[in-house]
Design a protein around this ligand. Sequence first.
Ligand SMILES: [Zn+2]
Length: 229
Amino acid sequence: MRTINLILIHCSATPEGRAVSMEEIRRWHIEERGFRDIGYHFVIEIDGRVRTGRPLDQVGAHCVGRNRDSIGICYVGGMDAENKTPKDTRTPEQKASLFRLLGVIGSRFPLAHVRGHRDVAPGRACPSYDVKTDMAGPEWQHWYPRQAAVAPKEPVPAAVSQGLLGESLVKLLSTAPPGTVIKGGQGEGAWLVLEAPSQDPPHGQGTVWATVGLDLAVTMHQRAEGAKA
Ligand SMILES: [Zn+2]
């Protein structure tokens, strides 16, 4: 895995309420901007679904000069409904997913700074809110148990709460098929569930691809077609 010093939050700069999918952003990046793949590593859609974009171990294309040592997370939205003014349009579901994802990623890269795009690229509005202020709030404390003042509502593996998450999750996130949905675990000892995209993206039923147990044991259920070993 490459060295990660920075976790950068972006918005898609699309109007409030418009359900842009990871696949759509990917198409823009490839067809209109000439990228070889989507520039972001994760996209948080307006219903809160976390989708994988570019594999985590690959350098992204989301911030000139800082791609090599960073991870790019994009939430869908960031403009008002008229598409005129930058606005924090994150839905409650997107906020919860963002904090959760940051908890997972931040646990593996505890020395990485979490910043908004505009914090490292002055003059930009992206991601349309102040990341530092946001992360001082109670929601972040809930989802990032390493610094939590209150007990998290869901079981969090000790290795995560202590910031000891190993390479297994990073490997998993680097090899998951693009568009994989990262969900919170639902019973049966699962902490994270990864669902590979269905045949009818973006909103069809996915196939469970892997689960991460409370002990961080990774179980691969089905290797999606075309996925790298
Ligand atoms: Zn940005």
